[in-house]
Design a protein around this ligand. Structure first.
Ligand code: C2O
Ligand code: CU
Length: 655
């Protein structure tokens, strides 16, 4: 990824270089006596930068055209044009001894050529820095500036102002600055989000499906409450009440955190249910002045129960409540969190674990230790990392011979490295789905992406076992008195090669009804009127990213291409995705099912899922700061509509 960032920095440096060329190359001196030295030097820098950017593109070729292509396509022509102008321009078009009219004409032609050359390099730089539409806007601005300059030259001269040429420097500078400010203000204003935006009527991507599928409408998401959520006679109903409220919590460091909690604790109470049970959770909001919702991360609930403010419901107002009902179909490790202002609310503590025990497992089992380990970061991104509320070392006593299951949950957006040393271990499940025939590893080192879950199982030996999570740690030992070991970290687990293959209903060679490609980029620009790093999906940000349209029953393929330098844990609500390949290589281990897939810098993943849960579903980056800068889109089913809206004019701010 250093290539990517080097390229970005060069593109960034080209902006002042372009201004310098323009300034020095179009001034009165240049007009009268050919290019000044400053102009030649800055033009050389501009060209050198373009050549380096071309090289960066070439270096990226092995990663695939999606990575190299945009650079080569934009930069190569720019370099050719600019180099031609450079060569021509360097040749004196007329010396100081020439007749004035000749010099005047050549000066104008030169200025025009220069504008073109600087313009194309600028446009190529902006395409990388700010995206295609910003590049187009830059091109238009350069054209506009040239036209202005042209008109300016035609103005009558002040008496005694001398020969033809530009007005004094101050005037030129003022025009330039005004133009840049105007364009910036325009772009900023254009990025302001609408006060209300609905889920229907926007742009759609049909993924190669039929055109009539573009029409939304029909059933409302509120009707999609599930077919098996009536309390059937035999099934147990697990009832919980979660009250969102303020509380001060104490980290083990002694630090007091003003948290937002469920039932006064954070992480919120662990909801333990049995597979097949009906789960009924009443959410009560006692937070002052903010709405809240509950989203069941990783559980394929009926759409109306998905808990996304502005998509499947209105945020629950202070004093109000909402009842969620769904059947716990699949055993595994999940978590819940608020999906209203989630980048703020999750960080402040509105989350907890949801564990679905297998149908036949005993509720209390004295032979096993089953612990959910939630890794959270308090404060901001660089805040304190904890397991539960402990940032230091926790000690637990576990008698040798016990079966231990650790359910690792990463509630943060950045991937966290968990290591387990001291016992042979298996990775039993990923994102709530069992791994097929997980092999025994001498120790585990796992990159748990944002929002993802990994279950580790081991038999307690008579020596200590250390679980580390990039800072905080838990040591399991027979008497609970051992400190962390100093064992070397095992190699990183590759889920694409772990376990053994098993039959799946579809795979890499299946015929797909819909195919979508999502390019993940980072761009400089504005989001909602403020300067921001924009995390874009196919060059767009929420709510402008076209909705992916499917029909009930479709087999869908999605390719995620991460061209940015950041990890993007892509989370699709309501469905589980089968990972087909990474960077073009088909997975060889156990079927790898995910609901949140960490797509690393430079990585390309192909995934597939069956569209079997009608509704309107968020598909977003679970680095919630990225989501809040626009990295959100939706999966829509034909025949489904949503009455809810998001935006400053509503109660809903799902991101
Ligand atoms: Cu864990 Cu859309 O969320
Ligand atoms: Cu992201």
């Amino acid at each position: 990824m250093w290539v990517h960032y080097t390229d970005m920095v060069i593109a960034l440096l080209q902006l002042p270089a372009a201004v310098a060329v323009w300034w020095a190359g179009t001034g009165p001196k240049a007009s009268a006596a050919g290019p000044s030295r400053a102009a030649v030097v800055s033009f050389a820098l501009l060209l050198g930068g373009a050549a380096l950017r071309l090289a960066a593109g070439a270096l990226m070729l092995p990663w695939g055209w999606e990575f190299a292509g945009p650079r080569l396509v934009f930069v190569a022509p720019a370099l050719v044009v600019a180099a031609t102008v450079y060569l021509v321009w360097l040749r004196p078009a007329g010396g100081p001894s020439d007749e004035l009219p000749v010099r005047y004409r050549s000066g104008q032609a030169r200025v025009a050529a220069l504008a073109g050359a600087v313009g194309v390099v600028l446009v190529a730089a902006m395409a990388e820095l700010a995206g295609t539409s910003a590049a187009v806007a830059t091109g238009l601005a350069v054209l506009g500036a040239s036209a202005l300059g042209w008109a300016f030259r035609k103005l009558p001269r002040r008496p005694g102002a001398g020969q033809a040429g530009w007005r004094p420097a101050a005037a030129r500078a003022a025009i330039g600055v005004a133009l840049v400010l105007a364009v910036t203000a325009g772009v900023s204003a254009a990025s302001v989000l609408p006060a209300r935006s609905g889920m229907t009527g926007g742009a759609v991507d049909t993924g190669g499906g039929a055109a009539e599928h573009q029409h939304l409408g029909g059933r409302s998401v509120t009707e999609l409450t599930g077919t098996d959520t009536a309390a059937a006679g035999d099934a147990a109903v697990d009832r919980f009440t979660l009250t969102a409220q303020e509380a001060t919590v104490r980290l083990d460091s002694g630090e007091q955190v003003a948290a937002w909690t469920f039932n006064g604790v954070t992480p919120g109470p662990q909801l333990l249910v049995r597979q097949g049970d009906l789960v009924e959770v009443t959410l009560v909001n006692r937070l002052p002045g903010v709405g809240v919702t509950l989203h069941w991360h990783g559980v394929d609930v009926p759409n109306a129960m998905d808990g996304v403010a502005g998509v499947t419901q209105d945020a629950v107002a202070p004093g109000a409540s909402f009842v969620y009902r769904f059947r716990a179909v699949q055993a595994g490790t999940y978590w819940y969190h608020s999906h209203e202002m989630s980048s703020v609310q999750v960080r402040r503590g509105l989350f907890g674990a949801l564990v679905v025990l297998p149908r036949d497992a005993p509720v209390r089992d004295d032979d096993t230790v089953d612990e959910t380990v939630l890794r959270h970061i308090w404060g901001n991104e660089d805040g304190v990392a904890t397991l539960g509320l402990a940032s230091g070392v926790q000690r637990r006593a576990v008698p040798p011979g016990r079966q231990v299951r650790l359910r690792l949950v990463n509630t943060d957006g950045d991937p966290a490295t968990f290591t387990l040393t001291g016992a042979p271990v298996r990775v039993a499940a990923i994102d709530g789905t069992d791994v097929h025939e997980p092999g025994v590893l001498p120790g585990a080192r796992i990159l748990v992406g944002g929002g993802a879950r990994y279950d580790l199982v081991f038999t307690m030996p008579d020596q200590p076992v250390t679980l580390r999570a990039d800072g905080p740690a838990i040591v399991y030992s027979p008497h609970g008195d051992a400190g962390p070991d100093s064992a070397a970290a095992p190699p990183v687990l590759d889920p694409a090669r772990y376990g053994t293959p098993a039959a799946t209903a579809f795979g890499a060679d299946s015929h797909f009804d819909r195919r979508f490609t999502l390019r993940l980029d980072e761009r400089l620009g504005f989001y909602d009127g403020r300067p921001a790093v924009r995390y874009t999906l196919n060059d767009a940000t929420f709510p402008d990213v076209p909705m992916l349209m499917v029909s009930d029953g479709d087999l869908v393929e999605v390719t995620y291409v991460n061209r940015s330098g950041q990890h993007h844990p892509m989370h699709l609500h309501g469905h589980h995705m089968l990972v087909l390949s990474r960077d073009g290589r088909t997975t060889t281990g156990s079927p790898w099912w995910v609901d949140t897939l960490d797509v690393g810098p430079g990585e390309t993943y192909r995934v597939a899922f069956r569209a079997d849960n009608p509704g309107m579903w968020m598909d977003h980056c679970h680095n919630l700061e990225h989501a809040a800068s626009g990295m959100i889109l939706h999966l829509g089913y034909t025949g489904v509509t949503s009455p809810f809206q998001t935006g400053s004019g509503t109660v809903n701010h799902p991101e």
